[in-house]
Design a protein around this ligand. Structure first.
Ligand code: AMP
Ligand code: GLY
Length: 431
């Protein structure tokens, strides 16, 4: 099979890496890809949101299967476009992708189908006064979310009423998120522990991949600003078998059935961003794609041929897929540029990558890199994700940090506590 992967970050490197291990793959293309991806696939200089060029490329190069990494092409309707041209593609349609691209749709959908989530109300910019009034019915902290895609920055946690009122003005009057902020969700703050679960579904049935946790804050102990993700690990002991059953029955099943009954039959990866609260699991957000950097720890744990998995989601029959996972642990540490998540410099030479190639059970996933004159240079805020695979978390964590120490570039920074939550949980049975 000729396969095209759309996107160019660490998640897409993990997808390309996993696809490269399948029986039926002949050639992999990746658009636009990055320096690491170019070692195992042919990278094509087409942006992930340039749908017409992607379609032209797929038709001309006889692509048998396209796998989409980021949300934007899905929200723009890449699946509808490719399918109407007779091409196979893994991911939800534009209408189904609204589960991520419209938080107002997602929240109203959850209310309609009794899917546990934070109490909320939605408002349009004409309803600014009602929105301000509503915040006083909640107890701070209060969570305000832009309706549309905002590159992961559309959520504000407001510590006081004053904060909440000012935030509403920023969203509505100053339009800091443009059209993505024309509608907002205001909701209660949920206390608990977060987890990410990916369901692979054909629209009727589903399987769940090993549950993961990601580390969003820039500094150790969850301090500092939010980032695109500074690390991840899987499987998280936070989700035991009985919690997983609850998540399947109370969240994933009614979501897939509800979407089907709304004529939005969902095929692809449904990312459930969950808060495990004292009352049980609740949905923080749905995404219409794999998570980054969770994919970098989830895919290495899967035994099943990933192309067979994708095809059974597209063609139906996920129920009959022989699905198995490895009894291992995975930990991924993100190496970031100086200044990230704020302004950062690029173009720094990365040293030590050849050393890592000698290590077994270490995988290097590139996020923001480029190759210039045979040197690998930094080319983004998040530069590399180093994943270690091992039997127990304790040794996997030790191995991942051993590998991290071999890599160097000017200004490199990373968190030192990735995976610690798993150890704490195993020790205390609470995090
Ligand atoms: P979202 O994009 O909706 O997942 O929000 C981004 C992050 O904000 C989440 O990963 C949580 O850490 C936090 N968050 C969002 N909604 C809530 C909520 N209702 N209560 C507590 N934290 C939240
Ligand atoms: N890890 C968060 C996300 O992919 O949205």
């Amino acid at each position: 099979m000729n396969v095209l992967v759309v996107g160019g970050g660490g998640r897409e490197h993990a997808l390309v890496w996993k696809i490269s291990q399948t029986k039926s793959v002949k050639k992999i293309f990746c658009a636009p890809g990055n320096a690491g991806i170019s070692e195992i696939a042919e990278t094509i200089p087409i942006r992930a949101d340039d749908l017409s060029s992607l379609l032209k490329f797929a038709l001309e190069n006889k692509i048998d299967l396209t796998v989409v990494g980021p949300e934007l092409p899905l929200a723009l309707g890449i699946v509808d476009l490719f399918e109407s041209n007779g091409l196979k593609i893994f991911g939800p349609s534009k209408l189904s992708a609204e589960i991520e691209s419209s938080k107002v749709f997602a929240k109203n959908f959850m209310r309609k189908y009794n899917i546990p989530t934070a109490n909320y109300n939605t408002f349009t910019s004409d309803e600014i006064n009602e929105a301000k009034k509503f915040v006083f019915s909640l107890t701070p902290p209060i969570v305000i979310k832009a309706d549309g895609l905002a590159g992961g920055k559309g959520v504000t946690i407001c510590e006081s009423y004053d904060d909440a009122v000012k935030t509403i003005e920023l969203y509505f009057s100053q339009k800091i998120f443009g059209s993505a902020g024309e509608k907002i969700v205001i909701e209660e703050f949920l206390k608990g522990e977060e987890a990410s679960i990916f369901a692979i579904t054909d629209g009727d049935d589903f399987i769940t991949l090993p549950p993961a946790q990601d580390y969003k804050r820039v500094f150790d102990d969850d301090k500092g600003k939010n980032t695109g993700g500074m690390g991840s690990y899987a499987p998280t002991p936070l989700i035991d078998q009985s919690m997983l059953e609850r998540i399947k029955n109370e969240i994933i099943k009614p979501t897939i059935e509800g979407l089907k009954s709304e004529n939005r039959k969902y095929k692809g990866c449904l990312y459930c961003g969950l808060m495990i609260t004292d009352e049980g699991p609740k949905v923080l957000e749905f995404n219409c794609r794999f998570g980054d950097p969770e994919t970098q720890v989830v895919l290495p744990l899967i035994e099943t041929d990933i192309l067979e998995m994708f095809l059974s989601a597209i063609e139906g029959g996920i129920k009959n897929l022989k699905y198995s996972i490895k009894d291992l642990t995975a930990v991924c540490v993100i190496l970031a540029s100086a200044g990230y998540p704020d302004k950062y410099e690029t173009g720094k030479e990365i040293k030590g990558l050849d050393e890592l190639k000698k290590l077994s059970d270490i995988i290097v996933f590139h996020a923001g890199t480029k190759k210039v004159n045979n040197k690998i240079l930094t080319d983004g805020g998040r530069v590399l994700g180093i994943t270690a695979i091992g039997k127990e978390f304790e040794t996997t964590i030790k191995n991942v940090y051993g590998a991290v120490e071999l890599v160097k570039f000017e200004g490199m920074h990373y968190r030192k506590d990735i995976g610690k939550k798993a150890l704490n949980y195993l020790k205390n049975k609470t995090i």
